[in-house]
Design a protein around this ligand. Structure first.
Ligand SMILES: *[C@@H]1O[C@H](CO)[C@@H](O)[C@H](O)[C@H]1NC(C)=O
Ligand SMILES: *[C@@H]1O[C@H](CO)[C@@H](O)[C@H](O)[C@H]1NC(C)=O
Ligand SMILES: *[C@@H]1O[C@H](CO)[C@@H](O)[C@H](O)[C@H]1NC(C)=O
Ligand SMILES: *[C@@H]1O[C@H](CO)[C@@H](O)[C@H](O)[C@H]1NC(C)=O
Ligand SMILES: *[C@@H]1O[C@H](CO)[C@@H](O)[C@H](O)[C@H]1NC(C)=O
Ligand SMILES: *[C@@H]1O[C@H](CO)[C@@H](O)[C@H](O)[C@H]1NC(C)=O
Length: 563
């Protein structure tokens, strides 16, 4: 059944592609041959077996409450749980949570449970009453009294090995709580501490609704207890069929958080996450320190929605604070082998293909220029476990909009689930060239019609006589720096060899931009592109792609090993 649906979807895509077939080239992308994959598979199985045995030994020792190992409060939650033997691999899917471990009886239950991280709500005693004090207590509004103070709570929790997430319900609670943490840290907290507060209005929440003052919250963390993970959220009200998190909400959050040095995990209401995925995908791409924690309210998120998010993200960067039995159903589905993956078309190629070492060079490229070659490629792909992304080389301005409309339709019909790149050569600034679409128009059209893609701009060939000079590179970077999408700059290896300053500038731009370098017999022998290729190979391997024949790749490997 699944197989059939997948075929129909593929056919659906084929048909869509045929309509724009004649006017542009299409090329698919495929991962390494299955033979190579098989070799890797065996290696992974052996490695996992070794790790599992090792951690079983560690776990059984840990049960005899040995001395607590030092661990920074700002450390990574997955590292901590792996060190404890709670999880065997750095996959946030395996982390388990206990919600509202607030009053003493609830905390007691939480401590006896198998949950790895405890989430609890902090407020000041008697908040917003005449009896308000500065004593932090564990209670969720409307409760403002509790049988458990933060100090007592911490004392109990620190006897366990569970991770800590504190959810601040008012700004008044933040300073006294951080003081308590700081004092307690002198004798050792030795586990990650997450500090959460809703600092912005989110879906269905009017702007006048009170949220925790973001400036004060972030400022107090920096001055009182900077060694923590910050969890800044949006206040959300779930109503069925209402809009989800908007791009403006996500951008506003980013503007508040972009300069903090800490790890940041953004809490997101799970039922609303899929609809807003393009925005969260953008947010995650802004910094490797960012992750998401999907949480659930009264409404159960659908397993399908959660799978979509799982399929579109690095497993280390999404935590699932979801209730049972939904969580177990989702885990079983997520870990099932050979299921159809639905990928966000604007997502990262490396997340999709998961090439060996997450190295972009292990992703193969294949050109398709007519219907017959496309069909034979797709037929081949069904017989083997290879997957394809789509790279549309749009040859003329007039077909850009129709192409994007088609993609929009396909996406909205839930049929486009592969990485999709839009390539055009653009005219701008130092590479202004008649006959090409202006960079601004390219950006605007994609944003307006179908923004959920990777932008793959190239320079007009006419502008490259001296190679990718520094002014050419600068102007391209300036043009696309603010783009909302992931951007991969398209380079030819031969002209790339001509300008050293330009090459250096491209590598500097790499955290924001990925690089795709193209080389092939029609442009010259392997050696003619050597300079350009070796320089890109010296950059970020996760953000560099090589569109060239296997023989050239093999030579590049040799050169890298022998140089
Ligand atoms: C503690 O919290 C739980 C869950 O919110 C609640 O059911 C219980 O009545 C509370 N116990 C006390 C003593 O307040
Ligand atoms: C404040 O405390 C007093 C004395 O303990 C008590 O009588 C009163 O009900 C409290 N007020 C509120 C709003 O909780
Ligand atoms: C938020 O806190 C900052 C710094 O403490 C303060 O200057 C600002 O007035 C506060 N904003 C609001 C809306 O209370
Ligand atoms: C907590 O204690 C550790 C170890 O003494 C220290 O390195 C760290 O700076 C302390 N963190 C804070 C926020 O006080
Ligand atoms: C864009 O320019 C590159 C060289 O920079 C060339 O290889 C490619 O064919 C051009 N693409 C189109 C669609 O004209
Ligand atoms: C994209 O498709 C959706 C659903 O069919 C439609 O509502 C929307 O207007 C389309 N966007 C554009 C820019 O055409």
């Amino acid at each position: 059944m699944v197989e059939e649906i997948s075929k129909q979807r593929d056919l659906g895509e084929e048909n869509d592609e045929e309509e724009v077939q004649d006017t542009k080239k299409i090329f698919g992308v495929f991962s390494r041959e299955s033979l190579t994959m098989l070799g890797v598979g065996v290696g992974v199985v052996v490695l996992l077996a070794v790790i599992t045995i090792a951690s079983v030994v560690v776990t059984s020792q840990a049960d005899t409450t040995g001395p607590v190992q030092p661990f920074p409060t700002s450390g990574d939650m997955l590292d901590y749980l792996v060190q404890n033997g709670d999880i065997q691999e750095r996959d946030a899917l395996h982390v388990s949570w206990y919600h509202s471990a607030n009053n003493k009886s609830e905390l007691d239950k939480a401590l006896k449970s198998t949950a790895m991280v405890l989430e609890a709500d902090v407020n000041v005693q008697g908040h917003n009453t005449v009896n308000e004090t500065e004593i932090p207590i564990m209670a969720h509004p409307p409760d403002v009294y509790s049988d458990n103070t933060l100090e007592e709570w911490l004392e109990s929790v620190l006897k366990s090995k569970k991770g800590i997430k504190l959810d601040f319900k008012s700004i008044e609670a933040v300073q006294p709580s951080l003081e308590i943490l700081r004092k307690r840290n002198q004798t050792g907290i030795n586990r990650p501490v997450w500090l959460n507060a809703d600092i912005l209005p989110g879906p269905n929440v009017p702007s006048f609704w009170p949220v925790v003052n973001s400036t004060a919250f972030l400022g107090l963390i920096q001055s009182e207890f900077p060694e923590a993970t910050i969890s800044p959220g949006w206040k959300v009200l779930y109503l069925p069929l209402t809009p989800s998190y908007t791009r403006a909400m996500v951008e506003k959050m980013y503007s508040l958080i972009r300069h903090v040095p800490q790890r940041v995990t953004f809490p997101v209401l799970a039922v609303m996450a899929k609809q807003a995925w393009p925005h969260f995908s953008w947010l995650l791409s802004q910094s490797s320190r960012f992750s998401l924690t999907l949480w659930q309210g009264a409404e159960n998120p659908s397993v399908n929605d959660l799978l979509f998010i799982r399929d579109n993200s690095n497993p280390q960067r999404i935590y699932y604070d979801i209730y049972e039995p939904g969580l177990s159903q989702f885990k079983a589905a997520a870990l099932q082998k050979g299921r159809l993956r639905r990928f966000y078309p604007g997502g990262d190629l490396v997340d999709y293909f998961k090439p060996e070492n997450r190295d972009g060079i292990n992703i193969g490229w294949d050109w398709v220029s007519d219907r017959a070659s496309l069909q034979s490629l797709l037929k081949g792909s069904r017989a083997s476990p290879t997957r394809h992304g789509l790279y549309f080389q749009v040859k003329s301005q007039t077909i850009l909009t129709p192409t994007l409309h088609l993609l929009n339709q396909t996406y909205n019909g839930d049929l486009l689930y592969r990485p999709t790149w839009i390539n055009m050569n653009v005219s701008h600034g130092a590479f202004e060239t008649p006959g090409y679409i202006t960079g601004a128009q390219f950006l605007d059209t994609v944003d307006r019609v179908f923004p959920y893609v990777t932008l793959a701009p190239g320079w007009p060939l006419e502008a490259l006589s001296e190679g990718y000079t520094q002014p050419l590179v600068e102007d391209m970077i300036r043009l696309f720096r603010g783009a909302w999408q992931d951007v991969s700059l398209q380079l030819r290896a031969v002209p790339l060899g001509r300008s050293y300053p330009g090459r250096r500038r491209l590598l500097e731009a790499q955290p924001r931009f990925s690089l795709t370098v193209e080389h092939g017999p029609d442009q010259g022998g392997y050696n003619s592109g050597f300079m350009g290729l070796i320089s890109v190979r010296g950059g970020d391997i996760h953000r560099s792609f090589y569109n060239m024949p296997a023989g050239y790749k093999a030579q590049l490997f040799m050169d890298v090993f022998t140089s």
